[in-house]
Structures are given as C-alpha cells and as structure tokens.
Design a protein around this ligand. Structure first.
Ligand code: NAD
Length: 442
C-alpha cells in the first residue's frame, strides 16, 4: 500500500532514500534546509554523482510521486513516516559526532506534528541518541499528535546506493512498539517480500549495529594494511597473502585489498565517534583498538607521500606528480576525507607540481582544494610526470593503456595505491611499477 513519507535531509543518503521510496510506490516529500539542493532536485538534477539515481529521480518527479520542499509545516502535514537523514559529521576539535543537525530536525518538526506520525532515524548516531530524541519528541509534539520514534540505520554504499536501498543485505528496525514495526514493514513491504532479512530490535542495539558494522569494515581494511606494512619490511607480497588468506571462508576475500586506505564521509568519522561514545559510557578500552585502526589507515597516506618522494629522488620540489583520482572511492564524486586529495595536498605542500584527474569529482575537488593543479584527462595528468599515483580505483584507470601512456610521462613510474592495476601489463609496457605492501623495488 502506498504511504506518505517525508525524507528529511536530501544529501547522499536522503536523496537516494527519497527516490527509492518513490520507486517502491510511496508518495514522497524530500525536505532540506538548503534551497539550492531542493531547487536542483525539483529540476530533476541530483546535486552529486550516483549511478542510476538521476534516471529514477526523473521518473518519479514526472510520476508525481516525488516532490521536494524546504517547509517543515508542509512536511509535518504530509507525512505518516518521516525519515531523518541529515548529516552527523565529526564535531570540530573532537572525535565525537556533531548531533546539531539531527537535533535541529526534531526541534523543527516536532511542534508541527498534528497527525499521528513515526519519525524514523536513518543517520548514523552514537548509541543513546534515539532514546534522547524520543524524549524530546514527546515534549515537543502537540498533545494528541501520537508522535513516535524509531531507529532504522542505513547501510548503503555510495556508488551502489540505489541497489543497496532497493535490495539491501538486511533491514534493521529499532522500535518500541508493534505499531512502529508494522508501519516500517509496510514501508519496506516490496523489499521484505523479495527476501531481505529483517532484524527487529531495541533502539541501542539498532544504533550499535550500524557503528559496529562500520567498525568491522574499517578494521578489515586496516588489518590488511597492517599486513602490508609488515610485508614491506619482510620482503613479502601482501596481494598474494590477501588472496591466500581470503580463500578461508571464515576470513573471506572481500575488503582485503591493501592500499591507501579508507576515507569518505562515513568510516573515518564513524569509528572516531564510536570510540568517543564508548569512552563516555566508561568502556573506552573495548574500542581502544579502533584508534589503531584509524592510525594504520592514516599511515598508509604517509607511506604514499614517502614513496612518491623516494621515487622523485628524495625531494618533491618542482617535481611533477600525476594523481589519478580525487573521489574517496570510485563511482562517486564524494571527496570527503579523500585519501587521494589528502595525499595530493601534502605533495603540493612539499613543493610538488601536482596534476589531479578524476572522472566525476573534479568540481568538488577544485572547490575544496583550489590550489592543486588539475588535468583534463588521465593522459593529461600523466604528461610530464616524474611519478604517477593511482589513488582512486575507477574502472577508467584500470582500463588505461600503459603502452600508450608510457611515452607521455617524463619517467614512466607508477604507484598503484589501490592494488587494482595489472602489474605485469604496466611493467611490460616499460613502467617502473610500485604497489603498497611489497618490499621497495620488488
Ligand atoms: P550529506 O551531508 O550529504 O547530507 C545531509 C543533508 O542534510 C544536507 O543536504 C543538508 O543540507 C541537510 N540538512 C542539514 N540540516 C538539516 C535540517 N535541519 N533539516 C533538513 N535538512 C538538513 O550527508 P550524507 O552522506 O547523506 O549522510 C547523512 C547521514 O547518513 C549521516 O549520519 C551518515 O553517517 C549516514 N550515512 C551515510 C551514508 C553515505 O554513504 N553517505 C551511508 C549510510 C549512512
């Protein structure tokens, strides 16, 4: 059955959720405080790059099932379920999550709720937030409005956001009543009917499922990157090691590729916020290892900078470095805490003449890092380079022809910071090929 849903906060998560809820057959109103974002979405433009999203947005703005507004009055009047999808970035000067935006939604929506409504949080929040917001909602909602809160964390991956929303691995419903669970099951009825497992639980467990999942993924990446550090010291090859341990089903091959590490608007800030929250709860020791996970991750960026310097003969001053990639991951234009841009900025600071190219993230990169040099294509980034760094694993980069590129570089030297290029093909084409997790010069 079609429900009337609002999706509050139309960034990477919210815009995708709004469009996908319309695809499931619901009437959806997207809400944001940013009038430019709402203007773009109304005009059928997704203000970021995400495969499949723009076509679905066009389909549902045309079908009339999907509209956008900046008005909380309109949202409260319209919605039976309000999905809370605003950002929870790292607080300035602290590891903890900044809950200003989440709080602001409840403050703005609560007083306008005149009809029975379920507010379903999707943002990633520290455990205990949902219970606090539920209390605040009860204070703010007019008597008789019957406003209830639920926590329904989101696990989508940028680059696969549409698929992950329509066909998620699981749904987690943190609820305090059978009515709230029933309503969320109605929202996701087609997804559940397709066989998606549903885990129904309390608020704190639902909140923790999300942060625990991210902590596990970050740990897996830093585990293999720690092995890469050891391999570099021991003259071993981490890519062979990863393949061999990945055959063990208990370990699994995915998320075991050594490289320049994770970035983006989620994993780094989520593991820090998780540690900060555990410390507040008096159980900081339980998550102390996540500080090391973070440190290992950041050391990989240092390693790439160091390697580039070594390959440039000990000094980066005036050396041209081509950087392939600016987004924190492929199939996205998201540059939040991007390892590539972080490395590029540090090379520039050390005097390198950096030339960055990314298939989708150039506009965002230019805005956030205006002092870096930018290339018009991968070929252009390689031209005249002393060393090329492959730091975002776009298919376009994997498909480059190393033989055609070799004559463009000043010195055909490449560091594969993602362990994704065909080493033999690049070496055969005359490139001096380096990757992380192998002894220098191996
Ligand atoms: P984002 O910064 O892209 O989007 C946040 C949006 O909220 C912005 O459009 C902003 O204008 C809007 N906003 C801020 N205050 C508002 C308010 N008071 N009312 C209405 N709108 C408001 O962030 P995101 O990447 O979409 O992440 C949102 C949340 O989802 C975070 O908690 C994040 O950790 C979580 N999450 C993100 C992803 C992802 O891949 N991006 C995946 C799972 C979970």
């Amino acid at each position: 059955m079609s429900l009337r849903l609002t999706v509050i906060g139309t960034g990477y998560l919210g815009a995708t959720h709004a469009v996908c809820m319309a695809e499931l057959g619901h009437e959806v109103l997207g809400v944001d405080v940013d009038p430019d974002k709402i203007g773009a979405l109304r005009a059928g433009r997704v203000p970021f790059y995400e495969p499949e999203l723009e076509q679905l947005l066009a389909k549902h703005t045309a079908s009339g099932r999907l509209r956008f507004t900046t008005s909380y009055e309109e949202a409260a009047e319209f919605g039976q379920v309000h999905f809370l999808c605003v950002g929870t970035p790292q607080r300035k000067g602290s590891d903890a999550a900044d809950l200003t935006y989440v709080d602001a939604v409840v403050e703005a929506l609560g007083p306008h709720l005149t009809r029975p409504a379920l507010v379903a949080g999707k943002s990633t929040v520290p455990v205990g937030t949902a219970a606090r917001l539920a209390r605040r909602l009860a204070e703010l909602a007019p008597a008789g409005a019957r406003a209830e809160l639920a926590w329904n964390p989101e696990f989508l991956r940028e680059g696969f956001a549409v698929q992950d929303t329509l066909r998620p691995d699981r749904l987690v419903l943190g609820v305090r009543s059978a009515a709230a669970e029933a309503l969320l099951r109605e929202v996701y009825a087609p997804v559940i009917a397709a066989g998606t497992p549903v885990v129904t639980t309390d608020f704190p467990t639902a909140e923790l499922v999300k942060t625990a999942a991210n902590a596990f993924l970050a740990t897996k990446i830093s585990f293999i990157n720690a092995m890469a550090e050891v391999c570099e010291a021991a003259d071993a090859d981490v890519s062979v090691l990863a393949r061999a341990i990945g055959h063990d089903e208990r370990i699994g091959a995915r998320f075991l590729r050594a490289g320049v590490g994770f970035g983006g608007g989620c994993l780094p800030k989520d593991i820090r916020a998780f540690v900060a929250r555990a410390e507040e709860l008096g159980t900081g020791r339980s998550l102390a290892f996540l500080r090391e996970v973070d440190a290992i991750n950041l050391r990989r960026r240092d390693r790439v900078v160091e390697l580039a310097r070594e390959l440039c003969g000990g000094s980066l001053l005036g050396k041209r470095v081509g950087v392939l990639g600016a987004a924190f991951k492929p199939e996205s234009d998201d540059i939040r805490d991007s390892p590539s841009l972080n490395v590029a900025a540090r090379l520039r600071l050390d005097g390198a003449d950096v030339s960055v190219y990314d298939p989708k993230a150039m506009d965002n990169a230019r805005k956030s890092h205006p002092l870096l040099g930018y290339a018009l294509s991968a070929e252009d980034a390689v031209r005249g380079a002393e060393v090329v760094l492959h730091l975002t694993e776009w298919r376009e980069f994997r498909e480059l022809d190393p033989a055609a590129l070799a004559p463009l570089a000043h010195h055909p030297r490449i560091v594969d910071g993602r362990g994704a290029l065909d080493a033999a093909a690049w070496t055969d084409a005359g490139w001096d090929f380096h990757s992380l997790g192998r002894a220098p010069g191996a």
